[in-house]
Design a protein. Structure first.
Length: 168
């Protein structure tokens, strides 16, 4: 990176697509230091590729001028940065205290049984990945889950099949 903040690496040199570089550069312009755009840059790559592989993480780190280990720490901290392949639809099942008290465990068991997977796994057809999340911030609608960007509150076991049908 130059002293003016311009990124000198080319898409070919660092393994990022032109679209990814453009979006990452836009995120960098919005912060005082390129390293501060780490999460946004990882989410750009994830939006294009579905997840962030080790080579992609290294490319982003090089592009931002930061150590790979530092960016990996950022990726590990941010629980919505996927470091392994995920299904077409990611189900985030809230396991906050409020959701737990209102039956989240029964919903998790029912959802796992319907999908044939445990939390942290992806269905064999790559349709769904089921992940626990500490809190979705919708305690007034507990128990909750999120599929992709859709928040689903007041989750009832009998509604699961109908909900899942909306995500082919």
């Amino acid at each position: 990176m130059s002293e003016t903040g311009d990124i000198r690496l080319t898409p070919v040199a660092d393994g990022l697509s032109a679209t990814e570089v453009e979006a990452i550069d836009e995120a960098v312009r919005a912060v005082p230091h390129a390293r501060a755009a780490g999460i946004e840059a990882l989410l750009v790559v994830q939006a294009e590729r579905g997840w962030v592989s080790d080579p992609a993480l290294a490319a982003v780190a090089a592009h931002l001028g930061m150590p790979v280990t530092e960016l990996d720490g950022v990726a590990t901290f941010a629980n919505l940065v996927f470091r392994r392949p995920v299904g077409r639809h990611v189900i985030l099942l809230c396991d906050s205290v409020t959701c737990h008290l209102l039956g989240a465990q029964a919903r998790r068991e029912s959802l796992s049984a319907r999908l044939g997977i445990r939390p942290g796994e992806t269905t064999p057809d790559d349709r769904f990945t089921l992940l626990p999340i500490v809190c979705l911030g919708a305690c007034d609608r507990a128990p909750t889950m999120m599929i992709d960007r859709d928040l689903i509150g007041d989750l009832r076991t009998e509604r699961l099949d109908v909900i899942l049908e909306d995500y082919p």
